[in-house]
Design a protein around this ligand. Sequence first.
Ligand SMILES: C[S@@+](CC[C@H](N)C(=O)[O-])C[C@H]1O[C@@H](n2cnc3c(N)ncnc32)[C@H](O)[C@@H]1O
Length: 272
Amino acid sequence: MLDTALRGMPELHPGEVWLAGAGPGDPALLTLQALAGLDQAEIVVHDSLVDARVLALARPNARRIFAGKRGGRPSTHQGNITAQLVGFAREGARVLRLKGGDPYVFGRGAEEVLALAEEGIPFRVIPGITSGLASLTMALMPATVRGINRAILLATGHGITDENRECDLDWTQIARLGQPIVLYMAIARLPAISQALQAGGLPPDTAAAAIASATMSGERVVVSTLGSLPDDIARCGIAAPAIVVIGEIVRTRAKLLALLPQLAGGTPWPPG
Ligand SMILES: C[S@@+](CC[C@H](N)C(=O)[O-])C[C@H]1O[C@@H](n2cnc3c(N)ncnc32)[C@H](O)[C@@H]1O
């Protein structure tokens, strides 16, 4: 059945670039189209958060090029990445640009497709499961719960320096939304963000959690409160990549675990 589904996938033509989301980590969460891209690409240009198990699905003779940031290793400049994609496509290669999660969610996918479009390179964008939503699901925290929330905010905790100005969100306004907040790249700035949200009116005992390496080896979940989460993260040694979630939806995890403690290990229920 999987073979039939893969046979119906589009062809990655020579000189074309597919920009695909690799999902949060577990290859079982790839889309069929991303898998078809891995099966056809001669060159795979990937970010650091693309799981090794996903990269292993590329053709054995495919050239794998690392283009991301990783502790201790120099980061690849965005301009160099787009120039590489354009160059490979012009040489007539079948190119897969693989990004963690979804390419258009805090992944600079927009910049890359605009550059490809400007250079007249044919491309296709393949959505992936973004880590913000996958992390919630894996941690037993539904993104929306009827009666609790009617919206959910996906935000970056990473401050961006733009022409020497620090651009940041207005956390006071965000606190007033009264809806769950899902933060990417927020671990380093969480103490300041937590303070700002409390200053905006969110009580310190608002449920909050951090989910690290969701669907990857070393997945961890720390449940806490808005006031205590920064200290709890430090105490538990939680490190990037991690998603922070703030809001009542976090409490669903405890309700489910009270009924089925076996779910804590992330195992399916019933097992087997
Ligand atoms: C540059 S952003 C890329 C987001 C990606 N495009 C997406 O849709 O998930 C990197 C951040 O995504 C989050 N992230 C990515 N993979 C993750 C995972 N498996 N578990 C938890 N957080 C993850 C972390 O906040 C990390 O710092």
